[in-house]
Design a binder for this molecule. Structure first.
Ligand code: NAD
Ligand code: GLY
Length: 360
């Protein structure tokens, strides 16, 4: 097992990465009661494994099982969680554990941030995407019909437990979606990792456990460093915003198509290619760089063409993104492979052209 640290002063916490971590006794993190939020796909696979040692230790466990899917990352699910927490008399010391992918993690984390003004939170991510990205860094929230992740809070977990064995049951499409966020780290700040990904993509797609563990480790190291430097994404330039490469385009795809039609990682992949194409149009990348990124995304089983929403709808939806500040859209672009910047000066015509070049 590997333990990394997210350094945030009094709110620092460990990320445990390795096999069989679901069996790890959580007694020292939990008092007499705990609530576990999961969904109806993950619960039959892993809930009993997680609850058994807790129940054996005499801890009162409240299991909250939500319907699966991005379309349920909303107020209704949040209210289901609050209702159960209240019905089971969970108090301000009762930790909430998220067992599942990024949807469960974002929902349970937002419930933890807001229930009785905040309760302890533990992330047990079971998708590749959640193990490399969403479980680390404290972004929590829900979608609004008009925009992705529009309501939420920063609320750091006390512990992240990434059991790599859980990836064995992950559908191929979800594995690919997670790889989009892995590739992102290489593109924005870690060229050696990008080169490693190019050399090892076949092993990752074949679920080689050593390759997957290394990719998770390197992704979490990158994420932890960025989050430690700009926890609340307030840096005027660069900082945590760089983790959103491709996301402003991708969020437009997710919202425009209806939540859950395109997986988050798929939308991010198509969005990354739009950002890379725009970076080429601004003179920062060569055509060969764009082809190189496209090749890697395709090898990871990811789409590289966005849906035909029309450039006008993309631009309208992107105008609602959280990256818009004082009416100006701040995009994450690449100065070169391995070095990202935030950029608010891209001409609208070039953004439109990049979208059109990368759409069905
Ligand atoms: P997800 O949570 O919907 O999980 C994907 C699918 O896999 C679901 O059907 C889920 O039930 C299933 N599943 C989960 N674990 C499984 C397992 N071990 N075996 C079999 N099936 C399993 O999607 P995701 O890709 O994990 O997360 C996407 C969400 O994360 C989006 O809502 C996105 O906005 C959010 N996100 C948040 C952050 C953040 O920093 N908070 C970062 C990136 C993404
Ligand atoms: N996934 C982007 C962030 O955590 O900031």
């Amino acid at each position: 097992m590997l333990i990394l640290n997210v350094s945030l002063g009094a709110r620092s916490y460990p990320i445990h990465i390795g096999p069989a971590l679901l069996d790890m006794p959580l007694g020292s993190f939990v008092g007499r009661q705990v609530a576990i939020v999961t969904n109806d796909v993950v619960a039959p696979l892993y809930l009993e494994r997680l609850t058994r040692p807790l129940k054996q230790a005499g801890i009162l466990v409240t299991e909250i099982i939500l319907p699966d899917g991005e379309s349920h990352k909303n107020w209704e699910s949040l209210n289901v969680i609050y209702d159960r927490l209240l019905a089971e008399r969970c108090d301000r010391t009762t930790p909430i554990i998220a067992l599942g992918g990024g949807v469960v993690g974002d929902l349970a984390g937002f419930a933890a941030a807001t229930y009785q003004r905040g309760v302890p939170f533990i992330q047990v991510p079971t998708t590749l995407l959640a193990q490399v990205d969403s479980s680390v860094g404290g972004k929590t929230g829900i979608n609004h019909p008009r925009g992705k992740n529009m309501v939420g809070a920063f609320w750091q977990p006390r512990l992240v437990l990434a059991d790599t064995d859980t990836l064995n049951t992950l559908p191929d499409r979800e594995l690919s979606a997670g790889l989009a966020e892995v590739i992102k780290y290489g593109l924005i700040r870690d060229l050696p990792f990008l080169e490693w990904l190019e050399a090892h993509m076949d092993q990752l797609m074949a679920r080689d456990s050593a390759a997957l563990s290394y990719a998770i480790e390197r992704s979490c190291i990158n994420k932890a460093e960025v989050v430690a430097g700009d926890e609340l994404e307030t840096a005027p330039q660069g900082g945590r915003a760089l983790l959103n490469l491709g996301h402003t385009f991708g969020h437009a795809i997710e919202t425009g198509m209806g939540y859950g039609v395109w997986l988050h990682g798929e939308a991010v992949a198509a969005g990354i290619l739009m950002a890379v194409e725009l970076s080429r149009r601004l003179g920062w990348l060569a055509a060969a760089d764009v082809e190189r990124v496209q090749r890697l995304l395709v090898r990871a089983g990811l789409p590289v063409r966005g849906p035909a929403l029309g450039a006008a709808q993309y631009l309208d939806l992107m105008g609602h993104d959280k990256k818009v500040i004082a009416g100006r859209l701040r995009l994450v672009l690449l100065k070169r492979l391995g070095e990202a910047v935030t950029w608010a000066d891209a001409p609208q015509a070039e953004i439109r052209a990049a979208i059109e070049a990368c759409c069905e």
